[in-house]
Design a protein around this ligand. Structure first.
Ligand code: PLP
Length: 407
């Protein structure tokens, strides 16, 4: 397809680094993506020229920064097609977004309640729900199984609801298998039972167009650092009707209407959930990152990455009889987790690094998934809009070099 990847690569000066004298081949985009110059420049400019706390000052700098932050909120709203900016809450990232929902909604859960998750969840969509059992209540996780391709068993899912089901919380895209889950169908089924739905969008938002109104989820969580943006910033989308009913998550400045020692009233949405000084420069930089992705086009990014995925998968499967890929869903993002024979993933990762190739090894914060596959870890190569066919070639050549060393 017509995708000027070399032009986009120039936007990412960090990609020009060399590692051990070899050109960097960055294939760890699932963990975090690199950041384009326009975003870094914007951060620098804001630190030098516009740094002032938001929503607090009458002075020009504060008003400017407040406008930048609130413009970012509107940009995020448009990016995911939410109904209102009241539904866009800024957090530290996906993990905090999920913890916010679990802690706030969870206060209303009763002993014996159940939360439906899938077998392919990241720990950040498992542990926050388990924490709800710490105060004496017993909250159980019900786990949607998958087949050998890594496709969720929707029939099993449909049988999991009962009068104790309090929440469904499922990832949009698996960070290990790459599976794109049928989140619209998952949400519709939950709503048939009157159960709210959270979708963990950490691995989705930078690879495809996400429309929360179309999915009709109650909550959607994601992180800026995985979408070419800054670290330490993320978003929780929540339907206004849900957020209005929920108690605050943290207390402090910004989230109040009036405080006295006897009684405090809370600010309106979205500020009710934004206690303390936010990372306003990070938030405004996320705006730039969204502009950057949209200037290329989410549909084009999705198509290009699929091409890279198919090319990498094809070569890996045809050239390495000992190589096993985990995750073969028909709907799949550009993530390839694999084992090279019985070589330890750590050894594969280290030897690839010596050739300038950055991949991830280990359990990828999805230990229950890895255990269900009978593994302790896998090697994961994950791609972004700036990865090229030549980089896949380099990766394959490096695998050819290390295979005889390890097997
Ligand atoms: N959910 C998924 C599917 C992820 O892949 C990740 C990070 O890798 C997270 C949640 C957590 O994201 P963060 O660490 O940015 O909060």
């Amino acid at each position: 397809m017509n995708f000027d990847v070399e032009r986009y690569r120039n936007d990412f000066p960090g990609l020009n680094r060399s590692i051990y004298g070899r050109p960097l081949t960055y294939l760890d985009n699932t963990a975090t993506s690199q950041t384009p110059k326009c975003v870094v420049d914007a951060i620098e400019a804001m630190y030098y020229n516009s740094k002032a706390n938001v929503h607090r000052g009458v002075h020009t700098l504060s008003q400017e920064m407040t406008m930048l932050q609130e413009a970012a909120r509107e940009r995020v709203r448009r990016f995911i097609n939410a109904y209102s900016t009241e539904e866009i809450i800024f957090t530290r990232g996906t993990t905090e977004s999920i913890n916010l929902v679990a802690a706030s909604m969870g206060r209303g859960f009763r002993d014996g309640d159940e939360v439906i998750v899938s077998v392919m969840e990241h720990h950040s969509n498992i542990v926050p729900w388990q924490l709800l059992s710490l105060n004496g209540r017993n909250i159980t996780l019900r786990v949607i199984p998958m087949d050998e391709r890594g496709v969720l068993d929707m029939d099993a899912y449909r049988t999991m609801f009962n009068e104790h089901t309090a929440m469904v919380s499922v990832t949009h895209v698996s960070n290990v298998l790459g599976t794109i889950n049928p989140v619209k169908e998952i949400a519709a089924e939950a709503h048939r039972h009157g159960v709210p739905v959270l979708i963990d969008g950490a691995q989705a938002v930078s690879h495809r167009r996400v429309d929360v109104s179309d999915i009709d989820c109650d909550f959607y969580a994601f992180s800026a650092h995985k979408m070419y943006g800054p670290t330490g910033v993320g978003v929780l989308y929540g339907k206004k009707s849900m957020l209005e009913k929920m108690p605050p998550y943290q207390g402090g400045g910004e989230m109040i209407a009036h405080v006295s020692f006897d009684r405090t009233t809370y600010a309106d949405l979205p500020f009710k959930f934004e206690a303390g000084t936010p990372d306003f420069i990070g938030i405004a930089a996320m705006h730039k990152a969204i502009d950057y992705m949209e200037s290329i086009g989410m549909e084009r990014i999705e198509r290009y990455e699929k091409e890279i995925l198919d090319y990498a998968t094809g070569r890996m499967e045809s050239e390495f009889p000992s190589l096993r890929i985990y995750g073969k869903a028909p709907e799949k993002d550009a993530i390839v987790s694999f084992m090279l024979g019985d070589a330890h993933p750590y050894d594969v990762g280290l030897l690839l690094d010596k050739q300038g190739i950055a991949v991830r090894t280990g359990h990828h914060c999805a230990q229950p998934l890895l255990e269900s596959l009978g593994l302790e870890g896998v090697v994961r190569a994950s791609f972004a809009l700036y990865n090229t066919h030549e980089e896949v070639d380099r990766f394959i050549a490096a695998l050819h070099r290390i295979e005889p060393m390890l097997l």
